[in-house]
Structure formats: structure tokens, C-alpha cells
Design a protein. Structure first.
Lengths: 329, 283
């Protein structure tokens, strides 16, 4: 996530004194133009993406307006589309994922940044990076054949016995559902939290730790009361990043969430998510209103991740720079 | 030692141990995934898997030869689309521009990088599938190529910037033009980093499934040319895993092992190339 901010000197005094023609002959201007076209195409593609999503969802946006987000009837036959159950499922699974992944991820990041010797830390980080590279369909595969039976046979009955008085842990144990999807998502986003948080924690200036230790705090107190608060912004950033991933995650969720549009307080209940409904129904969608409603769901997903990613980047850069700035004093 | 201090030391030791447990759990997941895939996939994989077409529904046996070739074609196309845009765009960012244009390009790339893969699929659908009126290898490759652009672009830029300034100045002092400097000094100096960036981008899209669902679609037979729906390994894993047939599950495991093996090997090779090179920033 290291973002370099050093400006490259544009042309230098040598190039400045040469005439435009001689630069043209050397190919500089042509090279600039060609590379510019490639760079500009990235902007163009991104703008086109936003345009297509906006233009492609014009029918349901005009017909349903805000009721698209408030109603839960999803009926392709009568062209009635309300996305509430999908939005609910997306938020609940992402919420469950964060509840599990945040403590685990931050704990592991603290270990890697504060305790482990550099070589151990780098080795573990290498494995964490590999974990982040595992494709989501593989998580889905393991989810279907390992997590789902495990949930059905052991975890859900166990939770029902111990915490069954809570509304979250009631109803039949299908195995598939919000909780299972949340757990699989948690496993998927932990590497992102660890990698980014570790970077941010490592950027905390050394004298912060030493000051706390010299005042008589224990190792944990210096970590928890000084280092972590210093890196708070960046850690929050890593959480937003993970949240954005969790919201947009498709394959693994589709394979274990149950694909039933339900709004239920029980986490055992099968549900549906925005990404999952797009994945399942897009190819079968007949009629403009149906297809466009799915595209509008894509637009919702795009806006959510856009806001979260922007916010996350801001926090991470601000925290890293704060660490770098203090390091010099 | 006062009881208070003893308590504080206990808390310190306990919490620090817990962080260690968190780290071990996180890394253990990787080995668990690997172990499980090797165990299940290893027992299911056979020569047929690589050479045969999928068997008709209901029959056992068969393989995924068409999916392997399909994935290769999709990734070839993705590389052809994604790498040049990423690479030349990065040269523009690192060498020719420093102002607001660079900011806009970087911003767009970061935005594109954060777009959920399923939304990329929708985009490729509206742009390639709808006008041509059918699903195709072309549309799938286009979707994957889009995803390669921002990854290649941003890391290549980092590596170009990491080339020591003295090298640039040396070339300029010898009278080389800017383009000559870039093509004969800067890019060769950063080539390990650039290769790593491209490999990582490749590995990232190799396992993508969501953007292929309604672009390349899937196919139980060979897909001639570039204009037909095609099978791909990730999409096959998805279809086979949620199907109710025991034999398909077995093949899904085998495909999972092949796919994950490929991706992890590329990742490890990419990092090995980098660690043997010149000092460059981690990205």
C-alpha cells in the first residue's frame, strides 16, 4: 500500500533547452503521446464503467426510485423489484465477517509488527500474502464441503444449546445461511486486515514505544495504549478495505449463503446477497426491467465499495505519513 | 513484586500470547486449505482430467481439458489487453507526468481496482456481450483484462520510480533522449519489478470466476475460435461444486488443486524474482 509521493523531475534542464523539433526527432514527443493514450484509456474505461452502470439501470431507477431499496418483493413475472433482502443479506454477512475478522486480524498484525523478529514476521507475512491470493471460488469449494457440514452438525446445534435464547441463534440448522457466509467471508478478509495493519503498525515511530516502556509500562501496555492508538486511523482503514471486499465478494458467498431472499434476525437462516443474486440471475434475466434491476444492484455495490475504498485509502495514507513525519523529529 | 505489578505482567504476557495465537490461526488456515486440497484433489486427479472432455451428465469419468484450454485462452487475451495498457500507462505516470493528469489516472486506476469483480462482469456484458449478441471467450478475456490493468499499472509505476535517479541522470548526461533513457536504462533496470507486477496481476485474475459467469458463460465442449462461449477452470469448479453428483465433486477438487497450485506457484515465482533483484520498495 506504499504510495510514493515523490514527483519525478519533468524533463530537466537538458531537455528544456532543446527545441521541440529535436525532441520530436528523438521520439520523445511521440513516446509521450503514445504512453499518454494508454494512461488516458484507463480513465476512459473507468468513466465508461460508471456510465454503463448508470445508463443500464435507468428503467428501475425511474420506476421504483427509493422504494427499490425499501421493498422486498422480487418478482420478475410482474416486473416488481425490491432489493431489501439482498441489501440486508449483504450487510449482515459483511457484519458477521468483520466481528470475527477484526479481532483476529488486528491481533495477528500486532504479533507480526511488535513481537515477532523481523525474519519470522516476514516469513509469516509471505504466507499471509499467499492466503490473500487464494481465489474466492476455492474458498467457496471448501465452504460447501467443510464449513457447511461442520456448521450443520456441530456449530449451529452447539450455539443453539448455549446461546439459543438470543434471536440470532434460533431456527433449524441448515448449514447454509448468513452465519456460514459470514464465517467464510471472515477467513477471506483476514489477510487484508493483517497486511495493511501490520504495515501501519510498523510505521509507528520507535520512540513512541521506547517512551512508553521507559515510563514503566509493560510490553502490552505500550502496544495497546500507545502504538495501537497512534496507528488507529490506518487500522480503521484496513477494516474499511476488508469491509469493501466483503460487500463485493461473490463466489464464496453465493455457494454457502443458501440463495433464498429472506430477512430474518436468525443468522442460521438462509439468505441472499447483492452479489449472489447478480451471479445467479443475470444470465437468466429476461426483459429489460429485470436485467436493469440487476444492473442497478451492481451500481449499488459499486457505490458502496467506491466510498469505502476511498475512505480507507485516505485513512491509511494519513496515518503512514503521520508516522513518517514524526520519525524525523 | 506488588500484586498490582504481577497482575499487569500477567495481562501483558497473556495478551501478547493471544496475538501470537491469532497469527498462528491465520497462517494455519493456509496450510489447512492446501492440505485439504492436496488430499482431496490429489486422490481425484488423473491423466483423464487433463485430456478428456467432460462426460455427459449422469456418466462418470471424463475430464476438464476444454476448461484448461479455455482458461489459457482467456488469460492470454486478458494479458494482451491488460499488460500493454498497464505498462505504458505506468511509463506515462512515472516518467512523463507529475501533475493533475497523473492524479486523475492514478485515481481512476485505484477506483477500477476496488470495483467488485461481479460488477466488472456486468460491464463486460453490456460492452461486449450485448452488442455481439452472444457470450464469448472475447468477452471473458476482456473482463479479466480490465482487472489486470490497475494492478499492473500501479505496481509497475512504483518499480519505475524506484530506479535510482543517478541512472537517469547518467543517461541524460551522455546525451540520450528521454525516450532512449526510458527504453534502454530505466525499464531494463526495473524489469524484475515489472515482471513481478505482471505475474501477480496474472495470478490474481487466473482464479476469478464472477466476471466469467455472464461473459464466457461456460461450455461442456471445445470452444473453437474466440467468439463462442467457453469453459474455464474457475467456472467449472463453481458449477461442479454446487451440482448434486458425487463424481463432479471429485473433479471440482481436482480442478481446485490444479488452479490453486498454478496461482501459488506464480505468486512464489514472482516474489522470488523480486527478492533477487535490486533494492525496490515492497508494494
Amino acid at each position: 500500500v506504499a504510495t510514493s509521493t515523490t514527483a519525478v523531475p519533468s524533463a530537466g534542464p537538458v531537455a528544456g533547452s532543446r527545441s521541440f523539433l529535436s525532441r520530436l526527432r528523438d521520439g520523445d514527443e511521440i513516446a509521450r503521446l503514445i504512453t499518454f493514450l494508454f494512461a488516458a484509456s484507463v480513465v476512459l474505461i473507468t468513466l465508461l464503467l460508471v456510465f454503463e452502470l448508470w445508463q443500464g439501470s435507468v428503467l428501475p431507477r425511474h420506476k421504483f426510485g427509493f422504494s427499490f431499496f425499501r421493498t422486498s418483493v422480487w418478482d420478475p413475472i410482474f416486473d416488481q423489484f425490491g432489493a431489501l433482502p439482498f441489501i440486508y443479506g449483504t450487510l449482515v454477512t459483511a457484519g458477521v465477517a468483520l466481528i470475527i475478522a477484526v479481532p483476529l486480524g488486528i491481533g495477528a498484525a500486532i504479533f507480526l509488527a511488535e513481537l515477532a523478529p523481523a525474519r519470522v514476521s516476514d516469513t509469516l507475512e509471505f504466507f499471509i500474502d499467499l492466503l490473500a491470493a487464494v481465489p474466492s471460488v476455492i474458498y467457496g469449494l471448501l465452504g460447501v464441503f467443510i464449513v457447511v457440514p461442520l456448521m450443520r452438525e456441530y456449530i449451529q446445534p452447539g450455539l443453539k444449546k448455549t446461546l439459543g435464547f438470543l434471536p440470532f441463534f434460533q431456527g433449524p440448522a441448515y448449514g447454509l445461511g448468513f452465519l456460514t457466509a459470514g464465517i467464510v467471508l471472515a477467513i477471506m478478509v483476514i489477510p487484508y486486515i493483517i497486511s495493511v495493519s501490520r504495515e501501519v503498525l510498523l510505521s509507528v515511530p520507535r520512540d513512541q514505544r521506547e517512551a512508553a516502556l521507559s515510563l514503566g509500562s509493560t510490553r502490552w501496555e505500550s502496544t495497546w495504549k500507545v502504538v495501537v492508538p497512534f496507528a488507529r486511523g490506518g487500522i480503521m482503514g484496513s477494516i474499511f478495505l476488508a469491509l469493501a471486499r466483503a460487500l463485493g465478494e461473490t463466489m464464496a458467498v453465493t455457494m454457502v449463503i443458501g440463495n433464498t431472499p429472506t430477512i430474518s434476525a436468525s443468522l442460521f437462516s438462509p439468505g441472499y446477497s447483492i452479489a449472489a443474486v447478480i451471479a445467479n440471475e443475470f444470465t437468466e434475466a429476461t426483459g429489460a426491467m429485470y436485467t436493469q434491476s440487476l444492473i442497478e444492484l451492481g451500481l449499488v455495490l459499486f457505490i458502496l465499495t467506491f466510498v469505502l475504498n476511498g475512505f480507507a485509502r485516505l485513512l491509511i495514507v494519513a496515518t503512514s505519513q503521520r508516522g513518517a513525519g514524526m520519525g524525523h523529529t | 513484586m506488588s500484586p498490582r505489578l504481577r497482575w499487569r505482567k500477567f495481562v501483558s504476557g497473556f495478551m501478547l500470547t493471544m496475538t501470537g495465537v491469532c497469527a498462528v490461526v491465520a497462517v494455519a488456515v493456509l496450510f489447512f486449505i492446501l492440505g485439504y486440497l492436496v488430499y482431496h484433489g490429489g486422490t481425484s486427479i488423473s491423466w483423464n482430467f487433463f485430456t478428456k472432455l467432460p462426460a455427459p451428465v449422469g456418466e462418470t469419468g471424463g475430464g476438464m481439458a476444454n476448461a484448461i484450454v479455455g482458461s489459457a485462452k482467456l488469460l492470454l487475451l486478458a494479458t494482451i489487453i491488460g499488460v500493454p495498457i498497464g505498462f505504458f500507462g505506468a511509463i506515462y505516470l512515472a516518467e512523463f507526468s507529475g501533475g493533475p493528469i497523473a492524479f486523475v489516472v492514478r485515481y481512476a486506476a485505484d477506483l477500477l481496482n476496488g470495483v467488485p469483480s461481479i460488477v466488472i462482469g456486468i460491464f463486460a456484458f453490456t460492452l461486449v456481450v450485448q452488442p455481439f449478441k452472444h457470450f464469448s471467450t472475447l468477452a471473458g478475456g476482456f473482463a479479466l483484462g480490465l482487472m489486470m490493468i490497475p494492478i499492473t499499472l500501479r505496481s509497475t509505476e512504483e518499480f519505475l520510480r524506484a530506479v535510482p535517479r543517478a541512472l537517469r541522470e547518467g543517461a541524460m548526461a551522455l546525451g540520450a533522449s528521454k525516450w532512449k533513457t526510458i527504453s534502454t536504462v530505466i525499464v531494463p533496470a526495473a524489469y524484475r519489478g515489472i515482471l513481478t507486477a505482471i505475474l501477480l496481476a496474472f495470478a490474481r485474475v487466473a482464479g476469478e470466476t464472477a466476471p466469467l459467469l455472464f461473459t464466457a458463460l461456460g461450455n461442456r465442449f471445445w470452444s473453437p475460435g474466440w467468439n463462442q462461449p467457453t469453459a474455464s477452470l474457475p467456472a467449472m469448479i463453481y458449477t461442479y461444486a454446487i451440482a448434486p453428483y458425487e463424481d463432479w465433486h471429485r473433479q471440482a477438487w481436482a480442478a481446485g488443486l490444479v488452479l490453486l497450485g498454478l496461482i501459488l506457484v506464480i505468486n512464489i515465482v514472482a516474489r522470488a524474482i523480486l527478492s533477487r533483484g535490486i533494492a525496490v520498495p515492497r508494494s
